[in-house]
Design a binder for this molecule. Structure first.
Ligand code: ARG
Length: 484
C-alpha cells in the first residue's frame, strides 16, 4: 500500500524521516489557513528573540543584521499582503521561516536557535489575545458611554419594573437602561484581571525545558511588553488558561448582549410598543411589507450560543491533557479567533441600536402604576405605622384582591374600604399611591429614586474614564498594539 507521502514536510522538521508526510496527515495538521493572523505577532516575537541572540553574541553580527533586515521586510510585506502563505506551508511559523530563507538563504534558519514552535506559538497567541482583548475592551467602553447617555436621556421617565416578566414596582426607565452598563463594566474589570495573569511571556521556555543557550527570557518579556516571563518552562508552553479565561469573558459579554437583545425584542413588539428601533438598525421582510424586525437584538441573542460553545470546546480540549505541548493545543486558536471576531462585529451594532432607539415615555408612564405595581407602597406605609410586615403584606394583598374583584386600581378604593381592610390604612395612604411618590421614596443606595439614579450615572461615567485610561496604558505597554 502506498504511504501516500507527497509533501516534503514543513521546512521545520523532517531530518529523521525517510518519507514526507502523507496528504492526509498534512491536510489534518495544517493550520496556516487560520493561524496566519498570528503573523504580525510571530514577527514581533522573532525580533525580540533576535535581540537576545544578539546580546548573547550567539550569532555573528552580520547574521543578526541580515535576519533583522529580513524580518522587518517581512513585517511590511505581511501587512501589505505581498508575502502570503503557500499551499505547502504547514503553519504561520513555517511560512514565515520560508519567507526568511527566501530572502537571505539558509541563514534564515538561524533564528530558530533556542526557540521551539511550542514557546513561539504560546507567545504569539498571548500577544494576539492581549491585543484583541484590548480592542474589545475599548469597544466596551464605547458601548458603556452609549448606555450611560441613553440612561441619562430617560432618567426622569417612569416605567413599570418587572420580576417574572410581571409588573412589580415602578422604576425610572434610565435605571433599567443603566443596569447594562454595570454588567459591561464588570466585564471590563474581568479583562483587567485577565491581563495581569496573561502578561507573562513563555518565550525562552523552548520545547519545554528551557534552553542551554544563553537566552534571557526576562529581557525578551520586557521587550515584548509582558510584565514578566514564565516561572516554569513546562507550564510556559502548556498553559492555555489565558485562552479559556478570555473565552469565558467573551462568552459573558455575549450573554450580557443577549439579555439586552431579549429585552429589545420584547419592548419592540406591537403589544409593548415601548421601543422604536431606528430604521438603520432594523431589517424588513421579503414578503410582509409592513415588517420591521429587530435583527440586531436577535443576532445578539443568537451569537451568545456560539460564544459559549467556543468556551466549552476549549475547556473540553484542555481537560485531561498532559502538560507540556501536545498537538491538541492547536485547537485553541479557531474558537478564540471566532469569539473575538464575533464580538468585534456585534458590539458596534448593538451600540448603534441602543444609541438610536427611542422609547415611548407616555406609554411607559401610563403603564407604570398598572398591574397593582404600587401594592408594596401600601405594605411599606403600614410598616411605617409599626405594623409587622407579615400583617402589612396581608392587608396590601386584600386591597389588591378587592380591586381585582371590583375592576379598579388601588387609588380608586374608598377611605372606608381602606379602613375596613386595616385600621391603620388612613387617608394618608393615598400619598404613597402615586408613581412619583413611590419612585422618590426608593432612596436606598442603588435604588430607583431619581437622585440615586443621578449618582449612579455619575459613578458609571467616572469608572468608564478609569477603564479608558487603563486600556491606553496597556496599549502603550505593548507598543501600540491594538487591532480591531
Ligand atoms: N501549529 C502549532 C499549534 O498551533 C504550532 C506548534 C507546533 N508544535 C509542535 N511541536 N508540533 O499549536
Amino acid at each position: 500500500m502506498s504511504t501516500g507521502a507527497t509533501h516534503t514536510g514543513g521546512a521545520l522538521w523532517g531530518g529523521r524521516f525517510a518519507d514526507g508526510p502523507s496528504e492526509a496527515l498534512f491536510a489534518l495538521s495544517r493550520s496556516v489557513q487560520f493561524d496566519w493572523r498570528l503573523a504580525p505577532y510571530d514577527l514581533r516575537s522573532s525580533l525580540a528573540h533576535l535581540s537576545v541572540l544578539e546580546s548573547s553574541k550567539l550569532l555573528p553580527a552580520e547574521t543578526i543584521s541580515k535576519l533583522r533586515g529580513a524580518l522587518k521586510e517581512l513585517q511590511a510585506e505581511v501587512v501589505s499582503g505581498k508575502f502570503v502563505p503557500v499551499d505547502s506551508d504547514e503553519d504561520v511559523h513555517s511560512a514565515l521561516e520560508r519567507g526568511l530563507t527566501e530572502k537571505i538563504g539558509a541563514i534564515g534558519g538561524a533564528i530558530r536557535a533556542g526557540r521551539s514552535r511550542n514557546d513561539q506559538v504560546a507567545t504569539d497567541l498571548r500577544l494576539y489575545a492581549i491585543d484583541h482583548m484590548l480592542a474589545i475592551a475599548s469597544q466596551l467602553t464605547q458601548l458603556c458611554e452609549v448606555i450611560i447617555a441613553k440612561a441619562a436621556e430617560y432618567s426622569d421617565a417612569p416605567a413599570p419594573g418587572f420580576t417574572h416578566l410581571q409588573h412589580a414596582q415602578p422604576v425610572i426607565f434610565g435605571h433599567e437602561i443603566a443596569k447594562h452598563a454595570h454588567a459591561f463594566q464588570r466585564d471590563l474589570s474581568r479583562i483587567g484581571d485577565w491581563l495581569t495573569r496573561t502578561s507573562v511571556s513563555p518565550l525562552g521556555s523552548g520545547a519545554l525545558a528551557g534552553s542551554s543557550l544563553p537566552l534571557n527570557p526576562k529581557a525578551t518579556a520586557a521587550e515584548l511588553g509582558f510584565a514578566q516571563s514564565a516561572q516554569n518552562s513546562i507550564d510556559g508552553v502548556s498553559d492555555r488558561d489565558f485562552v479559556s479565561e478570555a473565552l469565558f469573558i467573551l462568552a459573558t459579554i455575549g450573554i450580557h448582549l443577549s439579555r439586552i437583545g431579549e429585552e429589545w425584542c420584547i419592548l419592540a413588539t406591537t403589544e409593548f410598543g415601548w421601543a422604536k428601533v431606528a430604521d438603520a438598525y432594523s431589517t424588513g421582510s421579503s414578503i410582509m411589507p409592513q415588517k420591521k424586525n429587530p435583527d440586531i437584538a436577535e443576532l445578539a441573542r443568537g451569537k451568545a450560543g456560539r460564544l459559549v460553545g467556543n468556551l466549552t470546546g476549549v475547556m473540553t480540549m484542555l481537560k485531561g491533557l498532559p502538560f507540556a505541548y501536545n498537538r491538541d493545543l492547536q485547537e485553541d486558536k479557531e474558537p478564540l479567533f471566532d469569539s473575538i471576531k464575533t464580538l468585534l462585529v456585534l458590539l458596534p451594532a448593538v451600540s448603534g441600536m441602543i444609541e438610536t432607539t427611542e422609547f415611548d415615555r407616555a406609554k411607559m408612564a401610563a403603564a407604570a402604576p398598572t398591574g397593582f405595581s404600587l401594592a408594596t407602597e401600601i405594605a411599606d406605609f403600614l410598616v411605617r405605622a409599626h405594623i409587622p410586615f407579615s400583617q402589612a403584606h396581608e392587608a396590601a394583598g386584600a386591597c389588591v384582591a378587592l380591586c381585582e374583584k371590583s375592576n379598579r386600581e388601588l387609588h380608586e378604593l374608598t377611605d372606608a374600604e381602606f379602613l375596613a381592610i386595616h385600621p391603620s390604612l388612613t387617608g394618608g395612604v393615598r400619598e404613597v399611591l402615586t408613581v412619583a411618590g413611590a419612585l422618590s421614596s426608593r432612596t436606598t443606595a442603588g435604588g430607583t429614586a431619581p437622585a440615586e439614579v443621578a449618582i449612579q450615572l455619575k459613578n458609571l461615567t467616572a469608572k468608564n474614564g478609569e477603564f479608558i485610561k487603563l486600556i491606553s496604558s496597556q496599549h502603550a505597554a505593548f507598543s501600540g498594539m491594538m487591532s480591531a
